[in-house]
Design a protein around this ligand. Structure first.
Ligand SMILES: NC(=O)c1ccc[n+]([C@@H]2O[C@H](COP(=O)([O-])OP(=O)(O)OC[C@H]3O[C@@H](n4cnc5c(N)ncnc54)[C@H](OP(=O)(O)O)[C@@H]3O)[C@@H](O)[C@H]2O)c1
Length: 171
């Protein structure tokens, strides 16, 4: 399974305010996220990200035409129709594989990103760096013990001023 970790962050690595808001991110970042996951066909997020995005007015995972897998430790968690539950990163990959996918996008939040990194499950990382800094908030990687050398594969400058960085994870 090819696992691509995808995230949009401030220049200093913040992906959301402490209260979960992502109002400082550009509309373009949502549009490119939606297009990527629809092209790949499947994405995985943590339960807190699922909860957080449910509250947004402008954008919603419901309207994205892709398979959505939510990770939670709660085996009885009730999800909306169209969402699949997994209880671990490995469980989410097994689910994606059983549904016929050979590639998935892991799309946060910071806890799930670190869970996949620390288990050495990620092959590629795409980071969108917004022209914005903020002194507090949820980080792209929650505190966990892992380190990898990366190989820079591509750099793109997008309309909104986002710099999109694509890396291969050196195992
Ligand atoms: N800017 C971006 O690109 C971006 C992308 C995604 C998310 N976000 C933001 O990030 C914030 C959420 O990030 P977060 O780090 O607080 O939470 P998160 O990673 O979205 O979700 C954490 C939850 O995932 C489950 N989980 C984590 N590791 C697990 C494991 N190894 N096995 C089973 N379940 C596991 C747990 O759910 P249970 O508690 O139910 O067990 C945990 O509470 C939201 O505000 C969201 O909007 C931003």
């Amino acid at each position: 399974m090819k696992v691509v970790l995808y995230s949009t962050q401030t220049t200093n690595g913040i992906i959301a305010r402490e209260n979960g808001d992502e109002d400082f991110l550009s509309d373009e970042s949502w549009l490119i996220f939606s297009k990527l996951v629809e092209d790949v066909g499947c994405f995985i997020v943590g339960r807190k990200t699922y909860d957080s995005v449910q509250k947004w007015e402008d954008y919603n995972f419901d309207n994205i035409n892709a398979t959505k897998i939510i990770i939670s430790t709660d085996k009885k968690l009730k999800l909306k129709e169209g969402y699949f539950l997994a209880n671990s990163p490995e469980g989410a990959l097994l689910k994606a594989s059983s549904l016929g996918f050979a590639e998935v996008i892991v799309a946060g939040g910071g806890t799930i990103n670190s869970a996949f990194m620390s288990k050495n499950l990620v092959k590629e990382i795409i980071l969108n760096v917004e022209p914005f800094i903020m002194g507090e908030g949820i980080k792209v990687f929650a505190k966990e013990k892992f380190e990898f050398k990366l190989k820079l594969e591509n750099i793109k400058k997008l309309k909104s001023g986002i710099i999109q960085l694509k890396y291969l994870v050196i195992k």
